[in-house]
Design a binder for this molecule. Structure first.
Ligand SMILES: *Cc1c(COP(=O)(O)O)cnc(C)c1O
Length: 399
């Protein structure tokens, strides 16, 4: 059961931010998580899609240990080797030329907005406004809450930073209507994760690229959730065959640790010295981990396997759709959703976690929708087992 506002229990000394189960997680291994009571869980959440290589993979433990002994942090006033190497690798893998490292997706997106405004000041007569999308999610700083299109988020901490407007996802006419002389960039998730794994239409993305180019707007893709192999490609925009001007990465690139990046084309490399920075930006320990993750994930055979597992997951979910008369299944790569015909997603999540002796961890970003974001390294047998467990839960739970 979830502990409500915890006056007692394990969370009694923490500021209350959400309701969590009372179990305390103590070990992880690949697709498996174990709590203090010794119960095992097959984990298809992986810390919200951050553990791209699963729990505690050896390559990360090794990268961490080696770098921790060599150099923790010379500070952002100096170059360090892992940050340079990871930047070079990301440039080599992508259509971008420059990289700025930060610690979270929020910061990466905030950096992208700052870069766009800096560029607007220099090259577009002071244009500053960012066009985002309804139901979009870009992070939890005040500005990124403004950039996000989550219902209600404009009120919780009002007054909010200005300069953000919203268009409708997959509706190019709504983007055209949102453009004013102040517009400087369009910021989009090609797969809206938090909104329930909603995919941008290929035609819409092509039109969006053409429109932003024609109107001299930057196209910023938020690949915090979709990047680094999650969608079966190094970056999700490769599926759409467009080149954005700016891309942000976080979650998967750190393999579970706090690392994020903002990448841009050479023409946008326009911060003045001192405009942008951060104490932990590009610290060698996190970037050494990032390099280990990227080198593992962005190999052809690895990405081929991700696409195979994605097909297996998609087929398995479609079979459950037919068996239970559900609405459908959708996604890209190993970021997928199952759409129920009732608002019972939370009940399913709870029943899955409570399965005994082994629980199943999944997530419900919407009341009628389950999201799956397993480790990119999940095995065929583990995925089959997860689908069998899910089938059992659906049979027992759905009305
Ligand atoms: C998770 C997420 C963010 C925020 O990243 P944090 O690391 O939590 O700050 C931003 N954009 C998208 C698309 C995300 O999924």
């Amino acid at each position: 059961m979830n502990t409500p506002v915890a006056a007692a229990g394990p969370g009694r000394a923490l500021i209350t931010i959400n309701s969590r189960p009372s179990s305390v997680m103590v070990r992880g291994d690949g697709s498996w998580l174990m709590d203090e009571a010794g119960k095992r869980y097959l984990d298809l959440m992986q810390g919200w899609a951050v553990n791209s290589l699963g729990h505690s993979p050896a390559v990360i433990a090794q990268a961490l240990a080696a770098q921790a002994q060599r150099l923790l942090n010379p500070g952002p006033a100096f170059y360090n080797r892992p940050a340079l190497d990871l930047a070079e690798r990301l440039v080599e893998l992508s259509c971008f030329d420059r990289v700025f490292f930060v610690n979270s997706g929020t910061e990466a997106n905030e950096g992208a907005v700052k870069l766009a405004r800096r560029w607007g000041r220099k090259h577009r007569g002071g244009a500053f406004e960012i066009i985002g999308f309804e139901s979009g999610f870009h992070g939890r700083s005040l500005a990124m809450m403004s950039a996000s299109g989550k219902p209600g988020w404009d009120r919780i901490y009002a007054p909010m930073p200005g300069g953000f407007v919203k268009a409708t996802f997959n509706d190019i006419a709504s983007v055209e209507r949102a453009i004013t002389p102040d517009s400087v960039a369009v910021m989009i998730e090609l797969v809206q994760g938090e909104a329930g794994v909603r995919l941008a239409d290929p035609g819409f993305v092509r039109e969006l690229r053409a429109l932003t180019t024609e109107r001299q707007l930057l196209l910023i893709v938020d690949e915090v959730q979709t990047g680094i192999g999650r969608c079966g490609h190094a970056f999700a925009h490769e599926m759409y065959d467009v080149e954005p001007d700016v891309m942000t990465l976080a979650k998967g690139i750190g393999g579970g640790l706090p690392l994020a990046a903002m990448l841009c084309k050479e023409a946008l490399n326009c911060f003045e010295p001192g405009d942008q920075g951060g104490t932990y930006c590009g610290n060698p320990v996190m970037t050494a981990v990032g390099l280990a993750v990227v080198n593992e994930v962005c190999r052809r055979e690895f990405l081929d396997t991700v696409r195979e597992r994605a097909r297996q997951l998609s087929d398995g979910l479609q079979a459950l759709v037919r068996e239970h008369g559900l609405v459908g299944e959708r996604g890209a790569g190993l970021l997928r959703a199952l759409i129920l015909s009732t608002d019972q997603a939370e009940d399913v999540v709870l029943a899955a976690r409570n399965l005994a002796p082994v629980g199943l961890l999944i997530n419900a970003p919407r009341p009628h929708l389950l999201r799956f974001m397993p480790a990119l390294t999940i095995s065929e047998a583990e995925l089959d087992e997860a689908l069998r467990m899910l089938g059992r839960v659906l049979r027992d739970t759905l009305r």
